[in-house]
Design a protein around this ligand. Structure first.
Ligand SMILES: [Zn+2]
Length: 139
């Protein structure tokens, strides 16, 4: 006997990982989505931990369409720059938890931050200059 029952039809349901199609702005992506699936009526039930499993991939997909950096790109650039999340927040703003939220796919990366990170990745030698000097100096 299944430990899960369908919230819609009440029939036994199974925990499984199945391909699920996500659409965003007319484009689609198919991801392996864990969840509780009902084979009787086709309903799927996704719990917070199930949504956590695909959040970064979905946000990476949205980011490609919106021409901003996605969570994976932010993390790889941050690692490339050898910075902690807090160090990048100190340089680029957004609050102490900004980069944690970007990298977990909780918050989309603002376009301005995407552009700044892209430039920083292309010119890593300039990052310390930015970090150590006020943007505007009175002269
Ligand atoms: Zn059902």
């Amino acid at each position: 006997m299944s430990e899960w029952h369908c919230e819609l039809c009440g029939e036994p349901a199974v925990r499984d990982t199945r391909p699920m199609e996500y659409e965003y702005k007319g484009r689609t992506i198919t991801l392996d989505q864990p969840g509780i699936y009902c084979d009787s009526c086709g309903e799927s039930m996704l719990y917070p931990e199930d949504l956590d499993a695909t959040r970064v991939a979905i946000m990476d997909f949205h980011a490609r369409i919106d021409d901003i950096l996605g969570p994976s790109a932010v993390k790889s650039i941050r690692k490339f720059l050898n910075k902690t999340q807090k160090q990048l927040s100190d340089i680029l703003g957004g609050g102490a938890n900004a980069f944690s939220r970007y990298e977990r796919g909780i918050t989309p990366v603002p376009k301005s931050t995407s552009v700044a990170l892209t430039l920083m990745a292309k010119h890593p030698e300039d990052v310390e200059t930015i970090n150590n000097h006020p943007l505007y100096s009175a002269s």
